[in-house]
Ligand binder design. Structure first.
Ligand code: AMP
Ligand code: TRP
Length: 338
């Protein structure tokens, strides 16, 4: 057994990974693999809490797994949630330790409920949507991680997870579950280039996000038309659009470029066209590298799918071990293995 600390994080299979997901989450996951024992999951059980299409879901789940690999996630660290049914089983048990009131307070549940209500789809507010954070707690606690890297929006779910872990330990008089710490990603929010008052997101529409597996010409076009001044003329403060471009260079480009452009900005001689040129160059090199990696994976799709099934099966043995222990602590029966 290694004495490395354990990391766990998961992502929903929502389609293509965009620059915001990459800089805000995935790039960090990749780097953490150097120093930690890591578990990274594609959580398709979470994706069925909102209205969806089965064929599309299956395609998106594989797609997300392939894209994570293309970004540098190691295959042995990757699992697909629905291949490990113990997550759902632990969810049931943890649900019995959660209170209705605390789950109702989750803002993501309130937001998604409001979203369905506003589009006259109240009948589609599922029990699963309500239970979503308990399943998330199960995803986490089942592998006993020390840290969970997530964005700020997941803070509340992590707090709930810790509360459930503590309640379990208290109720059964045993320090069984670790209370995992949130590892806030250091990369700032990536903003939409078309509207830098908003966070880059797929839901805003095509022109608002940069597909990191997309093509070079499109990326150049998007950067060229990036909004630089937001209309607020406050010469003292850098506009969000410019800051966003600088942040992208800081995350992906060279420090020299960043310093040179920043000093031009300070002296008032910065040409936005030059700033955009540098951003387009760093993004194109990222996009070309990732697209080539993805093409390699897709060319060997059948074999890679098999390997993902295998890695999920290996990770599953740890989930099974936790389930066995939890059942025993909770007074439930479990199959004896000789
Ligand atoms: P989502 O697909 O929006 O649930 O996001 C998946 C992961 O990417 C989460 O960890 C988010 O915090 C992160 N993320 C999504 N959009 C952005 C963004 N524009 N900037 C930084 N991080 C983001
Ligand atoms: N709710 C998370 C999100 O929307 C996804 C998620 C599910 C997750 N299970 C998790 C994140 C466990 C971290 C750990 O981004």
């Amino acid at each position: 057994m290694s004495d490395k600390k354990t990391i766990l994080s998961c992502i929903q299979p929502t389609g293509d990974i965009h620059l915001g997901n990459y800089l805000g989450a995935i790039k960090n996951w990749v780097e953490l693999q150097k120093d930690y024992r890591c578990f990274y999951g594609v959580v398709d059980y979470h994706a069925i809490t909102m209205p969806y299409n089965p064929e599309k879901l299956r395609a998106n789940t594989w797609n997300m797994a392939f894209q994570l690999l293309a970004c540098g996630i190691k295959i042995e660290n990757l699992f697909v949630q629905s291949l490990i049914p113990e997550h759902a089983e632990l969810c049931w048990m943890l649900g019995c330790l959660s209170s209705y009131g605390e789950i109702t307070r989750m803002t993501q549940f309130k937001d998604k409920t409001a979203q369905l209500k506003s589009s006259s789809k109240s009948s589609l507010i599922s029990g699963g949507l309500f239970y979503y954070p308990v399943l998330q707690a199960a995803d986490i606690l089942i592998y006993h991680p020390d840290y969970v890297p997530v964005g700020k929006d997941q803070d509340q779910h992590l707090e709930l997870t810790r509360n459930i872990a503590e309640r379990f330990n208290h109720q059964f008089g045993k320090e069984y579950f670790k209370t995992p710490q949130t590892l806030m990603t250091k990369n700032a929010k990536v903003l939409s280039m078309a509207d830098p008052t908003k966070k880059m997101s797929k839901s805003l529409g095509e022109k608002h996000y940069i597909n990191i597996f997309g093509d070079e010409a499109r990326v150049r076009k998007q950067v060229r038309s990036a909004v630089t001044d937001s209309g607020i003329s406050d010469s003292e403060q850098m506009s969000p659009g410019i800051k966003n471009l600088f942040d992208i260079i800081a995350a992906l480009g060279s420090m020299e470029d960043h310093q040179r452009l920043m000093s031009d900005y300070t002296t008032g001689s910065l040409k936005y066209s030059e700033l955009k040129e540098v951003v387009a160059d760093v993004l194109c090199s990222l996009v070309n590298e990732k697209r080539t990696a993805l093409e390699g994976i897709l060319a060997d799709k059948k074999n890679i799918k098999y390997q993902i099934q295998q890695s999920s099966a290996v990770i599953r043995t740890q989930a099974q071990q936790t389930l066995k222990e939890v059942k025993s602590i909770m007074g439930l029966l479990h199959t004896k293995t000789k």
